[in-house]
Design a protein around this ligand. Structure first.
Ligand code: SR1
Ligand code: MG
Length: 400
Protein backbone atom coordinates (compact mmCIF):
# COMPACT_ATOMS: atom_id res chain seq x y z
CA UNK A 1 0.00 0.00 0.00
CA UNK A 2 1.43 3.41 -0.96
CA UNK A 3 2.18 5.75 1.92
CA UNK A 4 -0.70 7.71 3.38
CA UNK A 5 -1.01 9.14 6.87
CA UNK A 6 -3.67 7.05 8.62
CA UNK A 7 -6.79 8.21 10.37
CA UNK A 8 -8.28 6.04 13.13
CA UNK A 9 -10.52 4.12 10.70
CA UNK A 10 -7.61 3.27 8.39
CA UNK A 11 -5.48 2.24 11.37
CA UNK A 12 -8.20 -0.21 12.46
CA UNK A 13 -8.51 -1.70 8.97
CA UNK A 14 -4.75 -2.11 8.78
CA UNK A 15 -4.60 -3.78 12.18
CA UNK A 16 -7.49 -6.11 11.34
CA UNK A 17 -5.63 -7.66 8.44
CA UNK A 18 -2.03 -7.34 9.64
CA UNK A 19 -1.96 -8.07 13.37
CA UNK A 20 -1.97 -11.80 13.96
CA UNK A 21 -4.13 -11.83 17.07
CA UNK A 22 -6.95 -9.78 15.48
CA UNK A 23 -9.32 -11.52 13.10
CA UNK A 24 -11.54 -10.28 10.25
CA UNK A 25 -14.56 -10.12 12.56
CA UNK A 26 -12.77 -8.60 15.61
CA UNK A 27 -14.63 -5.62 17.08
CA UNK A 28 -11.80 -3.12 17.21
CA UNK A 29 -11.73 0.32 18.84
CA UNK A 30 -9.01 2.86 18.13
CA UNK A 31 -7.75 6.18 19.46
CA UNK A 32 -4.90 8.37 18.23
CA UNK A 33 -2.89 9.14 21.37
CA UNK A 34 0.37 10.58 20.01
CA UNK A 35 1.55 13.43 22.22
CA UNK A 36 5.15 13.46 21.01
CA UNK A 37 6.75 15.85 18.56
CA UNK A 38 6.90 13.71 15.43
CA UNK A 39 4.52 10.79 14.89
CA UNK A 40 1.00 9.42 14.92
CA UNK A 41 0.37 6.81 17.61
CA UNK A 42 -2.79 4.69 17.57
CA UNK A 43 -3.93 2.34 20.29
CA UNK A 44 -6.14 -0.41 18.89
CA UNK A 45 -8.10 -2.74 21.17
CA UNK A 46 -10.26 -5.81 20.57
CA UNK A 47 -13.44 -5.23 22.62
CA UNK A 48 -14.05 -8.94 23.16
CA UNK A 49 -10.61 -10.29 24.02
CA UNK A 50 -9.28 -7.01 25.49
CA UNK A 51 -6.04 -7.54 23.49
CA UNK A 52 -4.45 -4.35 22.23
CA UNK A 53 -1.52 -3.08 20.18
CA UNK A 54 0.20 0.20 19.41
CA UNK A 55 0.49 1.25 15.80
CA UNK A 56 3.01 4.02 15.35
CA UNK A 57 3.26 5.83 12.03
CA UNK A 58 5.91 8.34 10.99
CA UNK A 59 4.63 11.50 9.31
CA UNK A 60 6.69 12.95 6.45
CA UNK A 61 7.25 16.12 8.51
CA UNK A 62 7.89 17.11 12.14
CA UNK A 63 4.44 17.24 13.74
CA UNK A 64 5.56 19.78 16.36
CA UNK A 65 6.28 22.36 13.63
CA UNK A 66 4.16 21.24 10.67
CA UNK A 67 4.59 20.44 6.99
CA UNK A 68 7.17 23.20 6.58
CA UNK A 69 9.69 20.88 8.32
CA UNK A 70 9.94 17.76 6.09
CA UNK A 71 11.39 14.69 7.77
CA UNK A 72 12.45 11.32 6.41
CA UNK A 73 10.13 8.33 6.76
CA UNK A 74 13.24 6.15 7.01
CA UNK A 75 13.16 6.89 10.73
CA UNK A 76 10.48 4.20 11.06
CA UNK A 77 12.99 1.65 9.70
CA UNK A 78 15.68 2.95 12.05
CA UNK A 79 13.24 2.67 14.95
CA UNK A 80 12.14 -0.87 14.11
CA UNK A 81 15.72 -2.07 13.61
CA UNK A 82 16.95 -0.39 16.79
CA UNK A 83 14.01 -1.86 18.72
CA UNK A 84 14.87 -5.29 17.38
CA UNK A 85 18.52 -4.85 18.41
CA UNK A 86 17.58 -3.64 21.90
CA UNK A 87 14.97 -6.38 22.34
CA UNK A 88 17.69 -8.90 21.50
CA UNK A 89 19.84 -7.57 24.34
CA UNK A 90 17.30 -6.67 27.06
CA UNK A 91 13.85 -8.05 26.10
CA UNK A 92 12.41 -7.23 29.52
CA UNK A 93 13.13 -3.50 29.01
CA UNK A 94 11.80 -2.91 25.49
CA UNK A 95 8.35 -3.32 23.88
CA UNK A 96 7.94 -6.33 21.64
CA UNK A 97 7.90 -5.43 17.95
CA UNK A 98 5.13 -7.24 16.08
CA UNK A 99 5.55 -5.81 12.58
CA UNK A 100 7.21 -3.12 10.49
CA UNK A 101 5.76 -1.84 7.21
CA UNK A 102 8.30 0.06 5.18
CA UNK A 103 5.86 1.55 2.63
CA UNK A 104 3.58 2.94 5.32
CA UNK A 105 6.46 3.85 7.68
CA UNK A 106 4.74 2.16 10.56
CA UNK A 107 5.58 -0.17 13.36
CA UNK A 108 3.17 -2.34 15.29
CA UNK A 109 4.23 -3.10 18.84
CA UNK A 110 3.26 -4.18 22.31
CA UNK A 111 0.81 -1.91 24.11
CA UNK A 112 2.29 -0.66 27.39
CA UNK A 113 -0.81 1.09 28.73
CA UNK A 114 -0.38 -0.61 32.08
CA UNK A 115 2.73 1.59 32.51
CA UNK A 116 2.89 5.40 32.71
CA UNK A 117 5.24 7.75 30.93
CA UNK A 118 8.01 8.39 33.41
CA UNK A 119 7.90 12.16 32.99
CA UNK A 120 4.28 12.13 34.16
CA UNK A 121 5.14 9.84 37.06
CA UNK A 122 7.95 12.15 38.17
CA UNK A 123 5.71 15.20 37.93
CA UNK A 124 3.32 13.39 40.27
CA UNK A 125 6.31 12.79 42.61
CA UNK A 126 6.03 9.01 42.34
CA UNK A 127 8.95 6.80 43.37
CA UNK A 128 10.58 4.21 41.11
CA UNK A 129 13.16 2.45 43.28
CA UNK A 130 14.06 -0.11 40.58
CA UNK A 131 14.53 2.45 37.84
CA UNK A 132 18.30 2.97 38.24
CA UNK A 133 18.89 -0.78 38.13
CA UNK A 134 16.64 -1.23 35.09
CA UNK A 135 17.89 1.70 33.04
CA UNK A 136 21.54 0.79 33.67
CA UNK A 137 20.80 -2.74 32.44
CA UNK A 138 19.41 -1.14 29.29
CA UNK A 139 22.33 1.27 28.90
CA UNK A 140 25.14 -1.12 29.74
CA UNK A 141 23.90 -3.98 27.54
CA UNK A 142 22.74 -2.04 24.49
CA UNK A 143 25.78 0.24 24.48
CA UNK A 144 28.49 -2.25 25.39
CA UNK A 145 27.43 -4.87 22.86
CA UNK A 146 27.26 -2.34 20.02
CA UNK A 147 30.66 -0.82 20.82
CA UNK A 148 34.09 -1.80 19.57
CA UNK A 149 34.73 -3.29 23.01
CA UNK A 150 31.80 -5.68 22.82
CA UNK A 151 31.22 -6.69 19.19
CA UNK A 152 33.17 -7.75 16.15
CA UNK A 153 34.80 -4.56 14.93
CA UNK A 154 34.13 -5.27 11.25
CA UNK A 155 30.45 -5.91 11.98
CA UNK A 156 30.45 -2.69 14.02
CA UNK A 157 31.40 -0.72 10.91
CA UNK A 158 28.44 -2.23 9.09
CA UNK A 159 26.24 -1.31 12.02
CA UNK A 160 27.38 2.31 11.72
CA UNK A 161 26.25 2.18 8.09
CA UNK A 162 22.92 0.48 8.89
CA UNK A 163 22.04 3.20 11.38
CA UNK A 164 23.20 6.27 9.47
CA UNK A 165 20.45 8.71 10.50
CA UNK A 166 21.49 12.11 9.15
CA UNK A 167 18.18 13.96 9.33
CA UNK A 168 17.40 13.05 12.91
CA UNK A 169 20.99 13.63 13.99
CA UNK A 170 20.73 17.09 12.40
CA UNK A 171 17.73 17.85 14.63
CA UNK A 172 19.87 17.03 17.68
CA UNK A 173 22.90 18.86 16.33
CA UNK A 174 20.77 21.99 15.85
CA UNK A 175 18.35 21.83 18.78
CA UNK A 176 20.79 20.63 21.45
CA UNK A 177 24.27 21.60 20.33
CA UNK A 178 23.78 24.84 18.43
CA UNK A 179 20.58 26.90 18.67
CA UNK A 180 20.31 27.14 22.49
CA UNK A 181 23.76 28.76 22.58
CA UNK A 182 22.84 31.69 20.31
CA UNK A 183 19.85 33.83 19.37
CA UNK A 184 18.35 31.34 16.89
CA UNK A 185 14.82 31.54 15.45
CA UNK A 186 13.81 28.13 16.77
CA UNK A 187 14.42 29.13 20.41
CA UNK A 188 11.40 29.81 22.60
CA UNK A 189 12.29 32.22 25.39
CA UNK A 190 9.93 34.40 27.41
CA UNK A 191 10.76 38.08 27.87
CA UNK A 192 11.38 37.45 31.60
CA UNK A 193 13.82 34.60 30.97
CA UNK A 194 15.69 36.34 28.16
CA UNK A 195 18.22 38.27 30.28
CA UNK A 196 19.35 35.00 31.93
CA UNK A 197 19.73 33.32 28.55
CA UNK A 198 21.62 36.30 27.12
CA UNK A 199 24.22 35.85 29.86
CA UNK A 200 24.73 32.27 28.67
CA UNK A 201 25.16 33.47 25.08
CA UNK A 202 27.94 35.79 26.26
CA UNK A 203 29.72 33.04 28.19
CA UNK A 204 32.61 32.05 25.89
CA UNK A 205 33.92 29.31 28.19
CA UNK A 206 30.47 27.69 28.34
CA UNK A 207 30.20 27.80 24.54
CA UNK A 208 33.69 26.31 24.14
CA UNK A 209 32.76 23.36 26.39
CA UNK A 210 29.47 22.93 24.52
CA UNK A 211 31.43 22.93 21.24
CA UNK A 212 33.54 20.03 22.55
CA UNK A 213 30.36 18.09 23.28
CA UNK A 214 28.97 18.97 19.85
CA UNK A 215 32.18 17.66 18.31
CA UNK A 216 31.79 14.38 20.21
CA UNK A 217 28.20 14.03 19.03
CA UNK A 218 29.17 14.72 15.41
CA UNK A 219 32.23 12.50 15.25
CA UNK A 220 32.28 9.72 17.84
CA UNK A 221 30.56 6.65 16.35
CA UNK A 222 31.12 4.70 19.55
CA UNK A 223 28.01 2.53 19.98
CA UNK A 224 24.38 2.22 18.84
CA UNK A 225 22.57 4.88 20.87
CA UNK A 226 18.89 5.16 21.60
CA UNK A 227 19.52 8.78 20.67
CA UNK A 228 16.56 10.44 22.44
CA UNK A 229 16.48 8.85 25.89
CA UNK A 230 14.42 11.42 27.78
CA UNK A 231 11.83 10.54 30.41
CA UNK A 232 9.08 10.81 27.77
CA UNK A 233 10.73 7.84 26.02
CA UNK A 234 10.50 5.67 29.11
CA UNK A 235 7.45 3.86 30.45
CA UNK A 236 7.46 2.82 34.10
CA UNK A 237 5.41 1.02 36.66
CA UNK A 238 6.42 -0.11 40.09
CA UNK A 239 8.35 -3.19 39.03
CA UNK A 240 8.92 -2.59 35.32
CA UNK A 241 10.68 -0.15 32.98
CA UNK A 242 10.30 -0.06 29.19
CA UNK A 243 12.30 2.10 26.82
CA UNK A 244 10.45 3.19 23.67
CA UNK A 245 10.94 5.41 20.61
CA UNK A 246 14.49 4.82 19.34
CA UNK A 247 13.91 6.64 16.04
CA UNK A 248 16.92 8.90 16.74
CA UNK A 249 19.17 5.81 16.99
CA UNK A 250 22.60 6.08 15.37
CA UNK A 251 26.15 5.17 16.30
CA UNK A 252 27.27 8.00 18.53
CA UNK A 253 28.98 8.77 21.84
CA UNK A 254 27.87 6.51 24.70
CA UNK A 255 27.76 9.40 27.17
CA UNK A 256 24.90 10.97 25.20
CA UNK A 257 22.39 8.27 26.22
CA UNK A 258 23.56 8.24 29.84
CA UNK A 259 23.51 12.04 29.95
CA UNK A 260 20.02 12.26 28.43
CA UNK A 261 18.55 10.20 31.28
CA UNK A 262 20.42 12.17 33.94
CA UNK A 263 19.60 15.54 32.35
CA UNK A 264 15.91 14.73 32.29
CA UNK A 265 15.92 13.69 35.96
CA UNK A 266 17.54 17.05 36.70
CA UNK A 267 14.90 18.92 34.70
CA UNK A 268 12.34 17.34 37.01
CA UNK A 269 14.57 18.27 40.00
CA UNK A 270 14.34 21.91 38.89
CA UNK A 271 10.58 21.62 38.29
CA UNK A 272 10.04 20.41 41.86
CA UNK A 273 10.10 24.11 42.74
CA UNK A 274 6.41 23.76 41.83
CA UNK A 275 5.33 20.12 41.89
CA UNK A 276 6.21 19.27 45.50
CA UNK A 277 3.44 20.29 47.88
CA UNK A 278 5.65 21.15 50.86
CA UNK A 279 9.28 22.08 51.51
CA UNK A 280 9.76 18.68 53.17
CA UNK A 281 8.36 16.82 50.19
CA UNK A 282 10.57 18.86 47.85
CA UNK A 283 13.72 18.09 49.85
CA UNK A 284 12.82 14.38 50.00
CA UNK A 285 11.95 14.10 46.34
CA UNK A 286 15.05 15.99 45.24
CA UNK A 287 17.22 13.76 47.36
CA UNK A 288 15.54 10.69 45.80
CA UNK A 289 16.30 12.10 42.32
CA UNK A 290 19.94 12.72 43.27
CA UNK A 291 20.24 9.23 44.71
CA UNK A 292 18.81 7.84 41.47
CA UNK A 293 21.36 9.81 39.46
CA UNK A 294 24.21 8.62 41.70
CA UNK A 295 22.96 5.03 41.40
CA UNK A 296 22.76 5.35 37.61
CA UNK A 297 26.39 6.43 37.36
CA UNK A 298 27.58 3.80 39.86
CA UNK A 299 25.59 0.90 38.42
CA UNK A 300 26.34 1.84 34.82
CA UNK A 301 30.06 1.81 35.53
CA UNK A 302 29.85 -1.49 37.42
CA UNK A 303 27.77 -3.22 34.75
CA UNK A 304 29.70 -1.84 31.79
CA UNK A 305 32.99 -2.91 33.45
CA UNK A 306 31.63 -6.36 34.20
CA UNK A 307 30.51 -6.86 30.59
CA UNK A 308 33.86 -5.55 29.39
CA UNK A 309 35.89 -7.90 31.61
CA UNK A 310 33.79 -10.91 30.67
CA UNK A 311 33.32 -10.27 26.96
CA UNK A 312 36.04 -8.14 25.42
CA UNK A 313 37.99 -10.11 22.87
CA UNK A 314 40.33 -7.24 21.99
CA UNK A 315 43.72 -7.82 23.63
CA UNK A 316 44.58 -4.12 23.71
CA UNK A 317 41.38 -3.30 25.60
CA UNK A 318 42.06 -5.82 28.38
CA UNK A 319 44.20 -3.23 30.21
CA UNK A 320 42.56 -2.27 33.51
CA UNK A 321 44.28 1.10 33.50
CA UNK A 322 42.90 1.84 30.04
CA UNK A 323 39.37 0.77 31.05
CA UNK A 324 39.45 2.98 34.12
CA UNK A 325 40.71 5.97 32.16
CA UNK A 326 38.04 5.36 29.52
CA UNK A 327 35.24 5.18 32.10
CA UNK A 328 36.47 8.35 33.83
CA UNK A 329 36.31 10.19 30.49
CA UNK A 330 32.88 8.75 29.77
CA UNK A 331 31.62 9.96 33.16
CA UNK A 332 32.63 13.54 32.30
CA UNK A 333 31.10 13.32 28.83
CA UNK A 334 27.79 12.07 30.24
CA UNK A 335 27.74 15.00 32.68
CA UNK A 336 28.38 17.46 29.85
CA UNK A 337 25.65 15.94 27.70
CA UNK A 338 23.25 16.08 30.65
CA UNK A 339 23.98 19.80 30.90
CA UNK A 340 23.31 20.38 27.18
CA UNK A 341 20.05 18.44 27.36
CA UNK A 342 18.89 20.60 30.27
CA UNK A 343 19.75 23.87 28.53
CA UNK A 344 18.00 22.85 25.29
CA UNK A 345 14.71 22.06 27.07
CA UNK A 346 14.63 25.53 28.67
CA UNK A 347 15.93 27.67 25.81
CA UNK A 348 15.16 25.75 22.64
CA UNK A 349 12.29 24.24 20.69
CA UNK A 350 10.52 21.22 22.26
CA UNK A 351 10.02 21.85 25.97
CA UNK A 352 9.33 19.40 28.78
CA UNK A 353 6.19 19.28 30.91
CA UNK A 354 8.24 19.19 34.14
CA UNK A 355 8.90 22.90 33.63
CA UNK A 356 6.67 24.06 30.79
CA UNK A 357 3.36 23.18 32.44
CA UNK A 358 4.11 24.99 35.71
CA UNK A 359 1.04 27.20 35.99
CA UNK A 360 2.53 29.84 38.33
CA UNK A 361 4.61 32.11 36.09
CA UNK A 362 6.89 33.30 38.90
CA UNK A 363 7.74 29.76 40.00
CA UNK A 364 8.12 28.68 36.37
CA UNK A 365 10.73 31.40 35.83
CA UNK A 366 12.56 30.30 39.00
CA UNK A 367 12.51 26.68 37.83
CA UNK A 368 13.81 27.69 34.38
CA UNK A 369 16.62 29.76 35.91
CA UNK A 370 17.49 26.96 38.30
CA UNK A 371 17.59 24.42 35.45
CA UNK A 372 19.82 26.73 33.41
CA UNK A 373 22.15 27.22 36.38
CA UNK A 374 22.48 23.45 36.82
CA UNK A 375 22.81 22.78 33.07
CA UNK A 376 25.43 25.45 32.48
CA UNK A 377 27.42 24.40 35.58
CA UNK A 378 27.53 20.83 34.29
CA UNK A 379 28.62 21.85 30.80
CA UNK A 380 31.29 24.25 32.11
CA UNK A 381 32.75 21.71 34.55
CA UNK A 382 32.13 18.40 32.84
CA UNK A 383 35.79 17.63 32.20
CA UNK A 384 36.84 18.35 35.77
CA UNK A 385 34.23 16.55 37.90
CA UNK A 386 36.05 13.50 39.25
CA UNK A 387 33.47 11.59 41.28
CA UNK A 388 29.75 10.98 41.78
CA UNK A 389 30.00 12.62 45.23
CA UNK A 390 31.49 15.75 43.68
CA UNK A 391 28.74 15.82 41.06
CA UNK A 392 26.00 15.50 43.69
CA UNK A 393 27.55 18.20 45.82
CA UNK A 394 27.83 20.57 42.83
CA UNK A 395 24.13 20.10 42.04
CA UNK A 396 23.15 20.54 45.69
CA UNK A 397 25.03 23.80 45.96
CA UNK A 398 23.92 25.28 42.64
CA UNK A 399 21.58 28.21 43.07
CA UNK A 400 19.11 29.34 40.43
C1 SR1 B 1 11.55 18.58 16.01
S1 SR1 B 1 11.72 17.25 17.08
C2 SR1 B 1 12.00 17.91 18.64
C3 SR1 B 1 12.47 16.93 19.63
O1 SR1 B 1 11.53 15.88 19.79
C4 SR1 B 1 12.21 14.65 19.93
O2 SR1 B 1 11.74 13.91 21.00
C5 SR1 B 1 13.68 15.00 20.09
O3 SR1 B 1 14.05 15.20 21.44
C6 SR1 B 1 13.76 16.23 19.30
O4 SR1 B 1 14.89 17.00 19.58
MG1 MG C 1 10.37 10.38 20.64
Amino acid sequence: MAYQAFNEKQAVEYARSNVRFFSADSELECREIGDGNLNLVFIIRDRQSGKSVILKQALPYAKVVGESWPLTLDRARIESEALAYQYGKVPQLVPELYAYDQELALTVMEDLSDHVIMRKGLIECNHYPLFADHITDFLAHTLFFSSDFGMDQQAKKRMVEQFINPELCKITEDLIFDHPFRDADTNQISAELRPTVELLWQDESLKAEAALLRELFLTKAEALLHGDLHTGSIFVKENSTKVIDPEFAFCGPIGFDVGAVVGNLLLNYAGQQFWSRTDGERADYRSTLLKTIADIFRLFEEKFSRLWTANSTDEMFRSTAYRQAYLQRLFGQAIGFAGCVIIRRVVGLAKVADIETISDSKIKLQAQQFALAIGSTLVRNHRNIRSIEELVSIIQTTEG
